[in-house]
Design a protein around this ligand. Structure first.
Ligand SMILES: NC(=O)C1=CN([C@@H]2O[C@H](COP(=O)(O)OP(=O)(O)OC[C@H]3O[C@@H](n4cnc5c(N)ncnc54)[C@H](O)[C@@H]3O)[C@@H](O)[C@H]2O)C=CC1
Ligand SMILES: O=C(O)[C@H](O)CS(=O)(=O)O
Length: 492
């Protein structure tokens, strides 16, 4: 059952969370000269808000305020910073229902997924608040009896964050957590498609006691803001989640000032099912990894490799699960797939399907736009996929499950690693030797063994090759917001 019933902008318990104002240095800013950016509901293209299209002058004001506020914020004790982050976390959890309604209204994902994103990523605030108290240095024996070596860890300073539309809430707390825990301040530019979630988080940050200037949210044209982030000498670090193309542009522009960079970029995850896998578990993992957020995640299974001897059984069970996916508005009960974010996303999906068909691929399920219209696309499974097809070379970022069969380990490792990307990878197997061999051989920052879900606040999330640099989550995740200072103490 696919549902196209219409619904007004959600009724919230706390209407003050839904604001169309940017948050700059503790002040709520409306549009200037009526310059705005329109926010639409991807379900039907209806306008849900107009947010300020702020110019570079305001960005500079936010950066100046962030620099001033950061000095005082860093002087606070780790326990004080931890308490504020903990409170922000608690407020997000208390308001998760409303935050999910706002998120689904602007991004389209089912409410359950929205709430899951919010809660699982709020945990980064809790986790890094605790990590603030563990930012230890070192005392190292000196080169002679009269000297000692000290190593201090200090915050890098003002951080600029740029986040994508596919996780409009989670990608923000995942960055703000370690940054503020380390004693940094942050100016955030959210995606133009999904700013309301960012504003709502700022409302709660203010309530939690995050000082004015420590966390600002600005909306406006991406490139000029990006240029200001990259060239303003007060910005010490840029943390970005989004496409590899934009990540590459940021690296080039930030090179002039030798900015610190954390980049979570595109992926092309292989998902491998070996003949000794638990097939039911592999199907469950493929459903999560492929179809979460309508396939619009950087860690989605982009290529599904199945060993020849189990291909028929795996494919049959996958098709059963895919047939149960229900498309519709994310706020409707029972809906498990929302619309794609925009027409560009639909066009890329159609391009990958048609290219695969032209090169010998076969459609087993879906394969066309949904009867719901708009940017809805049927969840699609294809077989007969080969490495030369676009779907194997490029990130689809849509609900397309391409099945490629293989004979043995060596063949599938070579195919899996044949990509410039290296973010997530997955495989299902139960032989201990195979688990070690394949986990070590895959060229990826993350390997899911018998699981299709990787992200949590305790794990180092990130990629290799052209999928980025740095890690988010785990105790590794705070290092990118700290600088080491070596202090040589002599005359002892
Ligand atoms: N690694 C990851 O976690 C993610 C990767 N992606 C990748 O991004 C692509 C689609 O997502 P999009 O949001 O369209 O990616 P995108 O890279 O175009 O946009 C991401 C963010 O960067 C901003 N941006 C774009 N150009 C900019 C510039 N010149 N200066 C400053 N900011 C700029 C956008 O406004 C948005 O806030 C997909 O190919 C996907 O692979 C998207 C989301 C997450
Ligand atoms: O940006 C993304 O796609 C997310 O990082 C995916 S996850 O971390 O929520 O799995």
């Amino acid at each position: 059952m696919d549902d196209r019933s219409t619904q007004p902008v959600p009724a919230l318990k706390d209407r003050s969370l839904l604001t169309d104002k940017a948050y700059v240095a503790g002040r709520w800013l409306g549009a200037v000269d009526d310059r705005t950016i329109t926010v639409t509901d991807p379900f039907d293209g209806s306008v849900i808000a107009r947010v300020p299209d702020l110019g570079v002058e305001v960005v500079r004001q936010a950066i100046d305020a962030a620099a001033l506020a950061q000095a005082e914020w860093a002087r606070r004790s780790a326990k004080e910073r931890a308490a504020v982050l903990r409170r922000w976390y608690e407020l997000i959890v208390e308001n998760a229902e409303d935050l999910a309604q706002i998120l689904t209204a602007e991004q389209g994902k089912p409410l359950g997924e929205a709430k899951g994103e919010i809660l699982s990523n709020a945990a980064y605030l809790e986790w890094f608040g605790e990590e603030a108290k563990r930012i230890d240095g070192d005392i190292i024996p000196g080169p002679n009896r009269n000297q000692r070596i000290m190593v201090l860890k200090q915050p890098v300073g003002v951080c600029a964050a740029i986040t994508p539309w596919n996780f409009p809430n989670g990608m923000i707390t995942r960055k703000a957590g370690p940054a503020l825990a380390a004693g940094c301040s942050m100016i955030l530019k959210p995606a133009a498609q999904t700013p309301l979630s960012a504003f709502a988080l700022a409302v709660l940050a203010e309530r939690a006691g995050v000082p004015a200037g420590v966390f600002s949210v600005i909306t406006g044209e991406a490139r000029p803001i990006g240029m200001e982030f990259c060239h303003n000498p007060k910005v010490a670090k840029i943390t970005f989640t989004g496409s590899t193309g934009v990540g590459r542009w940021l690296m080039k522009e930030a090179a002039d000032g030798i900015k610190r960079l954390s980049l979570e970029l595109g992926g092309n995850a292989p998902f491998i099912v070996f003949d000794d896998a638990d097939i039911d578990a592999a199907v469950e993992g493929a459903m999560i990894s492929k179809f979460r957020n309508a396939g619009q995640t950087c860690v989605c299974a982009n290529r599904i490799y199945v060993q020849e001897t189990v291909a028929e059984a795996f494919t049959a069970r996958l098709l059963e699960k895919v047939s149960a996916i229900t498309l519709g508005r994310g706020t409707q009960a029972g809906v498990s797939q929302g619309p794609l974010i925009d027409d560009r996303a639909v066009a890329k999906m159609e391009e990958h399907v048609s290219d695969a068909l032209a090169k010998g691929g076969r459609i087993l399920a879906g394969g066309k736009r949904s009867a719901l219209g708009g940017t809805f696309f049927e969840p699609t499974v294809m077989s007969g996929i080969t490495q030369d097809m676009k779907v194997a070379k490029e990130e689809t970022f849509a609900p397309l499950a391409p099945i490629i069969t293989f004979r043995d380990e060596d063949e599938v490792i070579a195919m899996a690693n044949d990509s410039e990307f290296g973010l997530a990878s997955y495989f299902y197997a139960r032989d201990l030797g195979r688990v070690w061999r394949v986990a070590e051989a895959l060229e990826a920052g993350m390997v899911g063994v018998n699981t299709g879900m990787l992200a949590n606040e305790m794990a180092p999330f990130g990629g290799v090759k052209q999928s980025g640099m740095g890690r988010e989550g785990s105790s590794y995740g705070i290092e990118g917001f700290l600088e080491l200072k070596y202090v040589a103490v002599a005359g002892i």
